[in-house]
Design a protein around this ligand. Structure first.
Ligand code: FMN
Length: 332
């Protein structure tokens, strides 16, 4: 077991790699494959229409892995919010040991889960939000840089700055999220003070990700310049895969005479985005991907991916060591 970080120790995993929550992707097939491969797989609670469906999905995942896996619970602004407390209760009842929380106003849910002794990994894009989460007693932070897929926040701070700020300021173990796909990235994150990494987009392009092959291939074919930032005008900036629909959405965002979100809503429909993963037409709706698409060139199994990441990280560390002249072993 080459890695020994707070994350691997506390979660009982071999490789310090978490598969971040992913709406319409984070089902049992992927979460169990990541956990079986030595990382931490996460089910995404809101891919399940009701808390009872989440219970079934947790049970299904248990039949697919004997290793620990967690659940992501994302709190997003919504006119009719899901019953977060009921989802959290199912997570507690089903004996899940770790939850990734993300989004707005996570206090009540974190409190509910912490009371049950659950380890909380809270994901955020600013040091200010990270500090608020520390006050809520979270166990780990997942620091999501501007490179990341999905909600990037409004400050556009990339991980080179954000991770070092986390190291300087937080005093709570953190993992690095956004822009990671390989072991060189893992080694860099560990060097910057992180206890591991979180990956989203990279796991979409794996054999076990339960999405259409065309979308995995679209990620392989894409470059780091193929994402677009949409919805800044509504302070809800989201990084999406660049396609026909994001071009239309950006045009509406630029040219609309009104700030009324109803002009934008049809262009960023989550329903059509979900359909993309099923029908394999990358231009059917908007879907999320990070700048890391430029680093993804294949569709491996999760086991092959994590083995490769493990090996590359070790090679990167020994390469770095070899760049120091005559350092006595006692000083290393
Ligand atoms: C398709 C997709 C859906 C996502 N959905 C969610 C979500 O529902 N909740 C959440 O907290 N993060 C979500 N994310 C973000 C990931 O958990 C992770 O933080 C992000 O992908 C990290 O950046 P990376 O893609 O560069 O690895 C999603 C990411 C992708 C690619």
């Amino acid at each position: 077991m080459p890695f020994n970080t707070v994350l691997t120790r506390k979660l009982g995993i071999r490789v310090p790699v978490v598969q971040g929550g992913m709406q319409w992707v984070g089902y049992a097939e992927l979460a169990s494959a990541v956990s079986n491969a030595g990382g931490l797989g996460l089910l995404t609670a809101l891919t399940q229409p009701t808390p009872e469906d989440l219970r079934k999905e947790i049970r299904r995942c248990r039949t697919m892995t004997k290793y620990p896996f967690g659940v992501n619970l994302t709190l997003l602004p919504s006119l009719v919010p899901p019953d977060y407390a009921a989802y959290a209760q199912v997570i507690i009842d089903e004996g899940i040991k770790i939850v990734e929380t993300a989004g707005n106003n996570p206090g009540p849910v974190i409190q509910q889960l912490k009371k049950a002794g659950i380890i909380i990994l809270h994901k955020c894009t600013t040091i200010r939000h990270a500090k608020s989460a520390v006050k809520l007693g979270v166990d780990f932070l997942s620091i999501d840089g501007f490179e990341c897929a999905g909600h990037v926040g409004e400050h556009d701070i990339t991980n080179f700055i954000l991770l070092s700020r986390a190291r300087q300021e937080l005093g709570v173990p953190f993992i690095a999220s956004g822009g990671f796909a390989d072991g060189q990235g893992l080694a860099a994150a560990l060097a910057l003070g992180a206890e591991g990494i979180n990956m989203g987009t990279r796991f979409m392009s794996t054999v076990e990700a339960p999405i259409h092959h065309n979308i995995k291939q679209a990620i392989v074919d894409a470059q780091e310049t193929d994402t677009a930032l949409v919805m800044r005008r509504w302070t809800n900036t989201t990084r999406l895969f660049k396609n026909k629909v994001t071009e239309e959405a950006l045009k509406v965002e630029r040219e609309s005479k009104t700030d009324d979100f109803s002009v934008m809503a049809p262009h960023v429909s989550g329903k059509r985005g979900r359909e993309v993963f099923i029908n394999g037409d990358k231009d059917f709706g908007v879907w999320t991907a990070g700048q890391v698409i430029g680093l993804i060139h294949d569709i491996p199994t999760c086991a092959v991916l994590l083995e490769r990441i493990e090996k590359e990280a070790l090679e990167a560390v020994s390469r770095t060591r070899s760049l120091y002249n005559d350092v006595p072993a006692s000083k290393l």
